[in-house]
Write a protein that binds this ligand. Structure first.
Ligand SMILES: NC(=O)c1ccc[n+]([C@@H]2O[C@H](COP(=O)([O-])OP(=O)(O)OC[C@H]3O[C@@H](n4cnc5c(N)ncnc54)[C@H](O)[C@@H]3O)[C@@H](O)[C@H]2O)c1
Ligand SMILES: O=C/C=C/C=C(\O)C(=O)O
Length: 486
């Protein structure tokens, strides 16, 4: 039985109050281990360690030295690839093939890319005239923001946490991470990698616990954290923003979505089906960028629905260690209750259930898991909660449209604006529609194709700010202008 501790000031420590909570495997409902729950004392110790580390060797390192250490962190993840893979699959139940190709490699890449970026990023300088004719030079330097609070969700635990820790550390900050209570393992394992890679104590800290009235809230209420970067639900983002207002601390928020996919009759149908099967059902639909609303041009509607149905019914439901499986359980029975409530709502609202809609029959050994069927609906009104609210499950609603302006208006009608996909072989149309979609990220004839140098984030209620490439620098550093009179 695992005992999962905090990682504070370079060491694994338990909670002084002795409180723990259970980490459950969503594949079979079995106990993975007991996780220490941080009280204010542990959160305070972590923040103090992070503050002290800013003034220790970490704060004095050159960019090159920091980058070399972060490369060792990335190499350390790769060297222990299978351990990270097993830990991520244990916590989430996701298919091993998915974590092998996305979650764990991105965990390593998130350190490498930002270490290299910092070594190569240009600065700015302006010469100016002065009344006495001697002139002045302005130049800007970037300084770390300080102690960063990182609060992350359970759907892509290592990927999303390192997406923030990588650039934060590359910029010279120190971090206190509060991983999701559902998925504590990989953030903890990363502590061991940090030790081996020579990251000084206090630079990377992890405190475990829940959100409200627990480690998450204690971290956001701590006055000595300089800024918060958060990925999770829009409602939680509002709470974090409110807490961060005390002391005027900055926030970077990557929040929920209800992402639209638009499929035009001039698409390549094979590609559109393949891409939509991934965007609706990958990671059991638990991807913030996933598609839960599809708008399909009427002339190809029936064919598209039939082919997506066939694809969904071909998904192989199974546990992470089954090499044939490409569809795992939801993260928990609690989350399944939420998703199933929308499955019921769809029926109550008069949907046609094209496929799925319930819980699959699983072998006895797996019957305690959070299994659910991939589900497709048609026939719902545009204002049904199933079509307007983020479900975060393996499901989508498909509705026909008749014109390009109608498709754009339907895609833009919700208060979310994270991502959108559009499928068309007409280049002019693709650019025209992409330009009008209210979303931070638009994928044309693809989905979840990620270049880490690009801006990533949501518009409207899907977030504040952009991370990725140089945009991460804007958040993780303070830009200081120095004006020198000559
Ligand atoms: N925009 C993006 O990039 C992105 C990426 C992944 C997930 N998401 C969103 O995340 C959500 C799913 O993740 P989730 O259910 O873990 O989200 P969540 O908001 O419930 O929890 C996220 C984290 O916040 C913590 N938390 C909860 N309440 C808190 C509080 N009051 N104070 C401080 N911390 C608190 C949780 O413990 C967890 O660590 C979905 O809405 C999804 O769209 C967004
Ligand atoms: O579930 C949301 C996925 C977010 C992905 C990223 O933040 C990323 O690819 O950097």
């Amino acid at each position: 039985m695992k005992e999962i501790k905090h990682f504070i000031n370079g060491a694994f420590v338990g909670s002084v109050n002795g409180r723990t909570f259970e980490d459950i495997n969503p594949v079979n409902g079995q106990l993975i281990g007991h996780v220490h729950e941080a009280g204010r004392a542990e959160v305070d110790a972590a923040v103090q360690a992070a503050r002290a580390a800013l003034h220790g060797p970490w704060g004095k390192m050159s960019v090159d030295e920091r980058a070399a250490i972060l490369h060792r962190v990335a190499d350390g993840i790769t060297a222990r690839f299978d351990e990270f893979l097993d830990a991520e699959c244990l916590d989430t139940g996701k298919p091993g093939s998915l974590a092998r190709h996305i979650d764990i490699p991105r965990g390593a890449a998130n350190f490498k890319v930002f270490a290299d970026l910092l070594k190569n990023v240009p600065g700015e300088a302006f010469e100016m005239g002065t009344p006495d004719g001697s002139g002045a030079i302005n130049y800007a330097v970037r300084r770390p923001k300080g102690v960063i609070g990182v609060i992350s969700p359970w759907n892509l635990p290592l990927l999303l946490m390192t997406w923030k820790v990588g650039p934060a550390l590359a910029c010279g900050n120190t971090v206190v991470v509060k991983p999701s209570e559902e998925t504590p393992l990989t953030a903890t394992l990363l502590g061991e990698v940090m030790q081996t890679a020579g990251v000084p104590p206090g630079v990377y800290n992890v405190v475990h616990g829940f959100g409200g009235d627990s480690a998450g809230a204690f971290l956001t209420e701590h006055p000595d954290v300089d800024a918060f970067t958060f990925t999770g639900e829009t409602g939680t983002g509002e709470l974090i923003m409110r807490a961060a207002a005390k002391g005027v601390r900055q926030v970077s928020l990557e929040l929920g979505g209800k992402n639209a996919g638009i499929v035009f009759a001039d698409c390549d149908m094979d590609k559109a089906i393949e891409g939509t099967l991934r965007s609706a059902f990958a990671n059991c639909g638990q991807v913030c960028l996933g598609t839960e609303r599809l708008y399909v041009e009427r002339s190809i509607f029936d064919e598209f629905v039939a082919r997506l149905k066939a694809g969904a019914e071909n998904l192989v439901i199974g546990p992470p260690n089954d090499p044939a499986s490409n569809f795992g359980p939801l993260v928990s029975l609690k989350h399944r209750e939420k998703v199933l409530s929308y499955y019921q709502q769809a029926i109550d609202d008069g949907a046609t259930v094209v496929t799925g809609g319930g819980v699959p029959q699983m072998p006895d050994a797996l019957s305690g898991g959070a299994w659910i069927q991939p589900t497709i609906w048609t026939g719902l009104a545009d204002d049904s909660a199933v079509v307007t609210e983020e479900i975060f499950g393996p499901c989508c609603h498909i509705r026909p449209f008749d014109s390009e302006p109608e498709a754009i208006a339907l895609a833009n009608r919700l208060p979310y604006g994270l991502s959108a996909t559009l499928w068309s072989e007409n280049v002019g149309r693709a650019h025209r529609v992409a330009a009008q979609l209210e979303a931070g990220i638009v994928w044309v004839n693809s989905w979840f194709l990620r270049d880490l140098r690009t801006a990533f984030g949501g518009s409207k209620q899907s977030g504040i700010g952009r991370e990725g490439g140089v945009h991460s620098l804007e958040f993780y550093t303070e830009l200081k202008n120095i004006c020198v009179k000559l």
